[in-house]
Design a protein around this ligand. Structure first.
Ligand code: SF4
Length: 437
């Protein structure tokens, strides 16, 4: 019996999905490398745009409390030995999948994560309308795009799990789903029933299942991912590495090349095992000395990691105005970074006076034109959308003034904030590497 000590649960709806054109073209049935033209291209663009405006994609993932997959599982007496041999019991529910069972057993998995993803009902409803209106082309392209969304969501969910697992010295195994060749789709209702028993998150969208195992809305998928701490076993058993089937481009942990990626005919798939690539330069040349960065990271910085791998960060800046007798002022910087797997992209940035601070009202520019200065401070988000490591290349005019009157002094402070975050994450990664080596 494998019991879980530390559990992950994520429920998310996505504002947009970035289905790669190659994956869409593949699902439309064209050969690898095919470029859509003419009417097909027009329909593909229409389906993509329609979904971007109307689709509501979502995913949910929860680590199971308890997983058993040895040969001692006792089923009811109507189940034969052959079935029991491949049985897995997840939180008390028994499933039969040879592939999943083998993967869990060979990898010495400690745990499993239950995943549900869905493209939402909108695309299906619209496709049905197009069919009724005798527009089979639109029906087909939209149906296939929704299928591509589901595949993409499973990939994204897997990538978030990989990020979570890698940071804990674990690895995620290839997923299995009811309806795959070795797993009877009739078990889908039991799996959905299990997944719907959420821990603390709300299930993001309505999902039903027919007795036959068909999901409703049908553009959805349930999956089980094993998780192992025995990452060394993946060195010997490359079939336990999911990366060959994973199209997640920005992944920092990839162990094997994506097998559907375009490559010259006949070239073998390169396989790398257990290499954790650096996403932050640990020999960074900062503009501030490391002692100061160390002190600020301890005294001014607060980081709150989320289960999905993103990090919410707060930095407090204390300074003084340059005139008006050097009045003290305090500003709060908020930064949201995406996950390590995505290379810590800067997703959100904001800056404003700390609660209760009044010193900012004594800055010269504030006295001259308060609205304009505060609008500038609020709107400036340097490096938004870029990876955190890009702070090392950001060339900014030196201006160490304590106030916020000039753009250069505001940039200077953003530089300090982002360098402190960079420094702090590098130290965290270095100490994790030391612990696991
Ligand atoms: S490439 Fe491999 S490690 Fe990266 S997200 Fe995909 S399966 Fe996980």
């Amino acid at each position: 019996m494998r019991q879980v000590a530390e559990a992950i649960e994520i429920a998310d709806t996505l504002a947009s999905v970035d289905v790669s054109p190659q994956e869409y073209v593949r699902l439309l049935g064209y050969p690898r490398g095919w470029a859509l033209e003419g009417r097909a291209r027009e329909l593909a663009n229409w389906a993509r745009d329609w979904y971007a405006k109307n689709g509501r994609p979502w995913f949910y993932a929860r680590q199971a409390e308890c997983v058993e997959f040895n040969h001692t599982i006792q089923g009811d007496s109507s189940q034969g030995d052959a079935i029991l041999a491949d049985a897995i019991r997840i939180d008390g529910a028994v499933f039969t999948s040879k592939r999943l069972h083998t993967a869990l057993e060979q990898a010495g998995a400690q745990s499993a994560i239950l995943v549900a993803v869905g493209a939402g009902p909108e695309a299906e409803d619209e496709a049905r309308r197009r069919w009724s209106d005798e527009k089979p082309d639109e029906y087909f392209f939209l149906e296939v795009f929704a299928s591509a969304v589901v595949e993409h969501l499973t990939t994204i969910a897997g990538a978030r799990l990989c990020d979570w697992a890698e940071q804990r010295g674990m690895a995620v195994l290839p997923h299995s789903s009811p309806g795959y060749p070795d797993w009877d789709v009739a078990e889908q209702p039991h799996l959905l029933e299990l997944i719907l028993q959420t821990r603390s998150e709300q299930f993001p969208s309505r999902l039903d299942v027919f007795d036959s195992g068909m999901l409703r809305p049908k553009k959805a998928q349930l999956a089980v991912f094993g998780v192992t701490r025995h990452t060394e076993r993946l060195q010997r058993l490359t079939s336990l590495v999911p990366c060959e089937s994973c199209s997640f481009g920005p992944c920092q942990y990839r162990r094997a090349a994506y097998k559907r990626a375009p490559r010259p005919t006949g070239e073998p798939l390169p396989v790398r095992i257990n290499v954790r690539e650096k996403v932050l330069d640990s020999d960074a040349q900062y503009t501030v000395n490391r002692k100061a960065l160390q002190r600020w990271s301890e005294e001014r910085l607060a980081m709150r990691p989320s289960p999905d791998g993103s990090i919410d960060i707060t930095f407090r800046y204390d300074g003084t105005t340059c005139t008006n007798m050097g009045r003290p002022l305090a500003f709060i910087y908020n930064v949201k970074l995406g996950s390590r797997a995505e290379g810590y992209p800067i997703l959100e940035q904001s800056c404003g006076p700390a609660t209760g601070d009044t010193g900012y009202m004594s800055m010269c520019k504030y006295v001259e034109d308060p609205e304009s200065l505060m609008a500038d401070i609020e709107s400036e988000k340097p490096l938004i959308g870029q990876r955190l490591n890009s702070i090392l290349k950001w060339r900014r005019e030196p201006n160490a003034a304590g106030c916020y009157c000039e753009a250069s002094s505001r940039n200077h402070k953003w530089g300090l904030v982002l360098e402190t975050i960079h420094y702090s994450l590098v130290q965290k990664e270095l100490s994790e590497e030391t612990r696991t080596s």
